[in-house]
Design a protein around this ligand. Structure first.
Ligand code: GLY
Length: 416
C-alpha cells in the first residue's frame, strides 16, 4: 500500500513549518516546467536553424560544453552513442507537462530514429537508457502498440548480454580485456527497468529473473561496507567470482563517484517498485543515506565525493537530478518521517538546480549547467549534458504529483 498520503501530509506540515520559520518556499514545479518548455522550444528552433531551417531528426542533442552556446549533437544512427534516448525522452516529458501537440509530433519523430536498435545485436548494456527513455515514455503517454513491440524486442536484445554463470549483464563487451573479466557497471542498474517492465507487458518472465539476479549480485558485491559503490565490478568470466571493484569515471577505485551512487539509488528504488522486495528497500535507504549525509549544503554533489580539490572541484548537476527524481519515488515506499526526509532532500536539490547558479537560462538552450561527464578522460567537465536535463524534468513532474498527493506508480501497489 502506498505511503503517498503520509508523504503528502508530512510534506505539507514541513512546508508550513518552514513558512512559519520565515524560510520562503520558493520552488514551484509548474514554474520550472514552464522554464523547461521555453528551453525545449528554443532548442527545437536552434536545431532547425543549424540545419538551414529543416530539422535533421538523426541528430540528437548531447551537450553544451562550458562557455559554448549551442547543442553539440550525436548521430542517432550510431549504435555506440549511449545518450540518444534522452532528448526524445525530454520531449515526451515536455509533452506530458504541456499537452502541446507540436511537441508530441517532434517527440515521435526523434523517437522513431532509434527504432533500428530493436533490430540489431546489442553494442552494450545502454539499451535501457536508449529505448526506455524514448519509447518507454512514448508508450506510457500514447499506448502505441508499435512502441510496445520495440521495447519488447530491445529487452530481448539486452538479455543477450546476461551471463548466467556470472549472474549479471555484461555491461561493456568491448572492455572484457581491459578489465580482465566480465564487467558490470553501476549504470547498468538503470537498464533493469526496461527488463522488468517488458516481463510484465508481454515479454518473457525470464527478463524479470535476469533483472533480479543482476540486482541481487550487484547488491552483494558492488558496494563497500559503508554502502558507497564502485563504478565497475569485475567478475571471473567462467566462475562468476567477484574479482575486484574499480572505477572508470570516478576519481579512484576507493572513492564515491557521484553519478554512480546516483544510478544505484535510482536503480534499486526502481527494482523495489516492481518486486516489493524488502531487501531492496532496506538496502537502497542505506545507499541513499550515505549519499545524503555527505552532500554539500546546496544538495548538488561534487563530481566525486572524495576529490581532494573540494570545494573547488566541479559539481555534477546530473547526479543531483537523478537522485532528486529517485528520492521522490523512494519516499512513496517508506514510513512518513523518512518519506518527509527524502521529499525535503529532493526539494532542496531541485531548488538549487532551479536557481540562477544552475539553470542555463539565456546562456544556452539546455535546462542546466554544471554537470560532469567523464572527468578522468577530460570529457564534458562543468558542462550542460542531456541526461541532467532528462532527470531534472522527470523530477519536476514527479514533484508536482507528490505535492498533489498522487502516487507515482499506483499500478504496482499490489505487486508482490
Ligand atoms: N556511463 C554513464 C555515465 O556517464 O553515467
Amino acid at each position: 500500500m502506498t505511503q503517498l498520503k503520509n508523504v503528502f501530509t508530512a510534506w505539507a506540515a514541513g512546508a508550513l513549518l518552514l513558512a512559519c520559520e520565515g524560510t520562503p518556499e520558493t520552488l514551484d514545479a509548474s514554474h520550472e516546467l514552464a522554464y523547461c518548455h521555453t528551453q525545449v522550444c528554443r532548442s527545437l528552433d536552434e536545431l532547425r536553424q543549424a540545419e538551414g531551417g529543416q530539422m535533421d531528426y538523426n541528430m540528437m542533442p548531447r551537450n553544451v560544453l562550458k562557455g559554448e552556446k549551442q547543442w553539440n549533437c550525436r548521430r542517432a544512427d550510431n549504435p555506440e552513442e549511449w545518450c540518444n534516448g534522452f532528448w526524445p525522452g525530454i520531449l515526451w516529458y515536455d509533452y506530458e507537462a504541456t499537452g502541446d501537440e507540436t511537441i508530441r509530433q517532434e517527440a515521435e519523430r526523434f523517437t522513431q530514429q532509434l527504432e533500428y536498435l530493436s533490430r540489431r545485436p546489442a553494442f552494450d548494456h545502454d539499451l535501457g537508457f536508449l529505448i526506455y527513455c524514448s519509447y518507454g515514455n512514448g508508450f506510457r503517454l500514447t499506448g502505441r502498440e508499435d512502441y510496445r513491440q520495440v521495447i519488447l524486442a530491445t529487452a530481448d536484445t539486452l538479455a543477450t548480454l546476461y551471463r548466467p554463470q556470472v549472474g549479471t549483464i555484461l555491461s561493456w563487451p568491448r572492455n572484457v580485456g581491459v578489465f580482465g573479466g566480465h564487467n558490470t557497471i553501476m549504470d547498468n542498474m538503470i537498464n533493469l527497468e526496461m527488463l522488468m517492465w517488458a516481463s510484465r507487458n508481454g515479454g518473457s518472465r525470464q527478463l524479470a529473473e535476469i533483472a533480479i539476479n543482476h540486482a541481487d549480485k550487484t547488491m552483494k558485491y558492488h558496494f563497500r561496507p559503508d554502502f558507497t559503490s564502485y563504478h565497475v565490478a569485475v567478475y571471473d568470466t567462467l566462475t562468476g567470482d567477484f574479482l575486484r571493484g574499480c572505477t572508470h569515471q570516478g576519481l579512484a577505485d576507493h572513492t564515491m563517484w557521484a553519478r554512480g551512487q546516483a544510478w544505484a539509488i535510482y536503480g534499486f528504488t526502481t527494482m523495489y517498485r516492481f518486486t516489493r522486495s524488502e531487501s531492496y528497500l532496506e538496502f537502497v535507504q542505506q545507499v541513499a543515506d550515505v549519499y545524503l549525509q555527505r552532500l554539500p549544503d546546496d544538495g548538488v554533489p561534487y563530481w566525486d565525493f572524495d576529490d581532494p580539490q573540494i570545494p573547488t572541484a566541479p559539481r555534477d548537476a546530473s547526479a543531483a537530478a537523478v537522485v532528486a527524481s529517485a528520492l521522490l519515488e523512494l519516499a512513496d515506499y517508506v514510513p512518513a518521517v523518512k518519506a518527509n526526509y527524502y521529499v525535503e532532500a529532493a526539494r532542496k536539490m531541485l531548488s538549487s538546480l532551479s536557481s540562477k547558479a544552475y539553470q542555463s537560462r539565456k546562456a544556452n538552450p539546455s535546462f542546466l549547467l554544471h554537470s560532469t561527464g567523464h572527468l578522468p578522460a577530460g570529457s564534458e567537465i562543468d558542462a550542460s549534458i542531456i541526461y541532467a536535463d532528462y532527470y531534472y524534468i522527470e523530477a519536476l513532474l514527479r514533484l508536482q504529483r507528490v505535492e498533489r498527493g498522487e502516487a507515482l506508480y499506483p499500478e504496482y501497489d499490489e505487486v508482490k
